[in-house]
Design a protein around this ligand. Structure first.
Ligand SMILES: CC(C)(COP(=O)(O)OP(=O)(O)OC[C@H]1O[C@@H](n2cnc3c(N)ncnc32)[C@H](O)[C@@H]1OP(=O)(O)O)[C@@H](O)C(=O)NCCC(=O)NCCS
Length: 137
């Protein structure tokens, strides 16, 4: 399968929303048109964005908030279910590591620890503390 990787930040809102829907991070019942029209705002404002494409279809994404040297945080690492277990997620995260090779990396999740462990993450705690914001689900 020929997967292309792009570092553009301006990911198409509708496709990004569908990717989030497919992994359970968005819900049709609670998503307004205004939210869909601004779906990529977190990506536009991230330090680094990587996306995976198959024949012009968005199949994966990941984004990084980073000081570009010491500390970086991964967000929104997702692959369409029908494209999972094909090394796409790993390739995207490794591309993020390459961008800031000396950085410490954090990820906040209680899911898919197996995936992150293959990428060298270790879990000292079950999760991070979080203060929910207006759009938290
Ligand atoms: C987590 C996710 C991004 C992984 O992407 P992916 O492209 O399927 O993962 P890869 O194919 O790169 O997997 C790399 C390795 O991680 C581990 N891994 C990934 N998914 C796994 C699963 N479902 N079960 C067990 N191990 C898994 C395996 O060791 C795998 O290597 P292998 O396939 O050679 O055994 C994808 O499953 C996803 O989008 N899940 C829903 C969203 C999510 O939970 N994101 C992570 C939390 S933020």
């Amino acid at each position: 399968m020929n997967i292309q990787y792009k570092t553009i930040k301006n990911l198409p809102n509708e496709e990004l929303y569908n990717l989030f829907l497919s992994v359970g991070w968005a819900k049709e019942e609670t998503t307004t048109a205004e939210m869909i029209n601004n779906f990529n705002i977190g990506f536009l404002n991230s330090t680094f964005v990587i996306s995976a494409w198959h024949e012009d279809k968005l199949v994966g994404c990941a984004r990084v908030l980073s000081d570009k040297h010491f500390r970086s945080i991964l967000y929104d690492v997702a692959v369409l279910p029908e494209y999972q277990r094909k090394n796409i997620g790993k390739t995207m995260v490794e591309r993020c590591f390459q961008e800031y090779p000396n950085s410490e990396w954090l990820v906040q999740t209680d899911k898919r620890k197996d995936f992150y462990q293959t990428l060298g993450f270790k879990y000292n705690t079950d999760d991070f503390l979080i203060k929910p914001g207006k759009y938290s689900v």
